[in-house]
Ligand binder design. Structure first.
Ligand code: C2E
Ligand code: MG
Ligand code: MG
Length: 551
């Protein structure tokens, strides 16, 4: 639009210039008669200025158009001056020459700025060490491909044990290795021996990426990736040393395996990590959704380890009451603090902690910290309430578990009679003998035993006979259903009756509603734990609850 406006201005002013230069009329300016012809030069100047503006704002095209016009204008003016003796054209000729020089200067200045900008852009998208495109170039290309809605794959290539090369041979050799990898990959992409089209990039460190396009079917991706692996794993001679390197490669395809750039890159990376772990030695993996699960677990494991090393496990205390709302104790529940201080609930980390063997340490931290706090609390308030701690099945089965409990009791000086250990039902089913031995030892120390989440396991009542527990904890799922059907209510009632027959106290977990409370009272339940009377609390708030209860 602006381009056209400038051209129109030029044409209109040029017509005026011609008209005025031929005019014999006189204008009166401040009482003095002036020939209209003398204004021609000024109009011509402004017309030429619009051509200079074309060059300034419209780069090459503006320059071409302006130069064409000025090149026609110049001889025309010369002819007028020298052949036709039209001397009024002389100012126009000057402004024409000035316009030509100015246009050339602006154009060449612009070109050098453009070249500089181009250089900066190339530098920004080029990896300085290897000279191949870097991750900025990669995300630009992947973005563009996604906009085109085509199919393509991203393969992440990682050099195994690069750290060792750097450590043993030095960073200079490490850099040489990276340059050689880049050069082999670049060559492979240019030679076109594969049935696909590839674009290679160095992501960071020892991580490279190939974007694979134009393939007839997905098998071709694997073939291309395998080709690159073969090329890269050929003997490499660096500084006179023969190196035989290996690479892990993971790839993901768009749109089958991901729907955005970030997802695609992350999935290719997950596949690469899986390839690195793979035991079959091929070290090439395509992304599968299960890998995301594996990654989630690994991330959680890292978080747990970090939290253990940095003392980020805390305990919350949930009050337990008898049915008349008298406080009888607290259950200590683990919470993990993440990097930004928010608390992660145990449902998110206990299963991973159990699988990775870290649960023992969590149990111990929670037990130790809550016991120290609890000792101080009962000393101050002189109450005989109980502290219940959860112990994982796997932890209980460890040989040193009993020593650990003794050590915590010694250190905290909590009377064992005020400690209860909650064990889930499955412990007894899985290994009755071992569990019984351990539980008998705990009982000898004076510790009480609760069977947690009762009813959710195999629900075999027969072993309860031989089991020296003190408390049966009915799981929340039964309490939830209790008032919706008569049979559920009867089921809970019968658990309570059997518990009583066996001399257990029965506590109902997850009580939230008043009518649940009423029913539980009516069928003889002993204790209540649930949001209705108390959520898990931080130590400070738990202390307030005790102080209120004793006052
Ligand atoms: P649990 O031992 O059965 O603990 C009771 C869980 O039910 C707690 O969840 C508690 O907050 C929740 N709860 C209690 N009353 C209500 C209620 O009225 N409504 C609802 N919706 N929930 C209620 P939390 O703290 O998330 O703990 C979950 C599980 O994690 C525990 O179940 C226990 O199995 C495990 N856990 C917690 N801390 C530890 C620990 O230190 N060691 C081990 N091994 N496991 C732990
Ligand atoms: Mg429990
Ligand atoms: Mg429970």
């Amino acid at each position: 639009m602006g381009f056209i406006v400038l051209l129109v201005i030029y044409v209109v002013l040029s017509v005026f210039t011609i008209k005025l230069s031929r005019s014999e009329e006189m204008f009166l300016f401040m009482g003095t008669p002036i020939p209209a012809r003398s204004f021609a030069g000024a109009f011509s100047n402004v017309a030429n200025l619009s051509l200079i503006l074309l060059v300034v704002f419209y780069g090459k095209v503006g320059f071409a158009v302006a130069m064409m016009i000025l090149a026609v204008q110049f001889p025309t003016l010369m002819i007028q001056i020298f052949l036709r003796r039209v001397y009024s054209s002389i100012p126009g000729l000057f402004s024409n020459v000035v316009a030509i020089v100015a246009s050339l200067l602006v154009f060449f200045k612009n070109r050098s700025i453009e070249k500089y900008q181009e250089k900066i852009r190339t530098q920004a998208i080029t990896d300085q060490l290897t000279g191949i495109p870097n991750r900025f170039a990669l995300s630009e290309l992947v973005d563009a491909l996604i906009r085109q809605k085509g199919r393509f794959a991203v393969a992440t290539i990682n050099l195994n044990n690069f750290k060792n090369i750097n450590n043993t041979m030095g960073a200079r050799t490490g850099n040489e290795v990276l340059r050689e990898i880049a050069s082999r990959m670049q060559k492979a992409s240019e030679e076109g021996h594969t049935g696909t089209e590839e674009y290679v990039v160095r992501q960071s460190g020892d991580e490279f990426t190939i974007i694979i396009r134009n393939y007839p079917n997905a098998d071709e991706i694997l073939r291309t990736v395998t080709y690159y692996k073969t090329v890269l794993e050929r003997k490499m001679t660096i500084d006179g040393c023969d190196l035989f390197l290996t690479f892990s490669i993971g790839y993901a395809e768009y749109p089958t395996d991901a729907r955005s750039v970030d997802e695609l890159m992350a999935h290719a990376n997950l596949a690469m990590l899986e390839a690195r772990r793979s035991s079959d030695g091929t070290m090439i993996c395509r992304y599968t959704p299960e890998m995301s699960d594996v990654e989630r677990v690994l991330q959680m494991e890292r978080k747990i380890r970090y939290a253990l090393e940095n003392d980020r496990f805390v305990f919350y205390l949930q009050p337990q009451y008898d049915v008349y709302h008298h406080l009888i104790g607290f259950e200590a529940l683990a919470r993990m603090m993440d990097e930004n201080g928010s608390l992660i609930p145990p449902g998110d980390f206990i299963p991973v902690a159990e699988d990775t063997g870290l649960v023992d340490q969590i149990d111990t931290v929670v037990f130790r910290k809550s016991a120290v706090f609890f000792r101080e609390l009962i000393r101050k308030t002189k109450t005989d309430i109980t502290l219940s701690v959860n112990v994982s099945v796997k932890h209980l089965m460890k040989n040193d578990f009993l020593d650990e409990v003794r050590e915590i009791l010694d250190a905290s000086q909590v009377p064992p009679g005020q400690i209860e250990i909650e064990i889930t039902e499955s412990v007894m089913i899985d290994s009755v003998e071992k569990a019984l031995q351990c539980i008998n030892e705990l009982k000898k120390m004076g510790i009480k035993i609760a069977i947690d989440d009762f009813g959710t396991g195999y629900s075999s009542l027969s072993y309860l006979n031989t089991f020296p527990a003190d408390v049966l904890k009915i799981d929340k799922t039964f309490i939830d259903q209790m008032n919706s059907s008569d049979s559920s209510r009867k089921y809970v009632a019968s658990i309570i009756s059997i518990g009583h027959i066996m001399n257990f106290k029965v506590i109902s977990e997850g009580v939230e509603e008043n009518d649940q409370l009423e029913t539980l009272r009516s069928i003889g339940c002993d204790y209540i734990q649930g949001f209705i009377w108390g959520r898990p609390l931080c130590a400070e708030d738990a202390e307030k609850v005790v102080i209120e209860a004793v006052s």
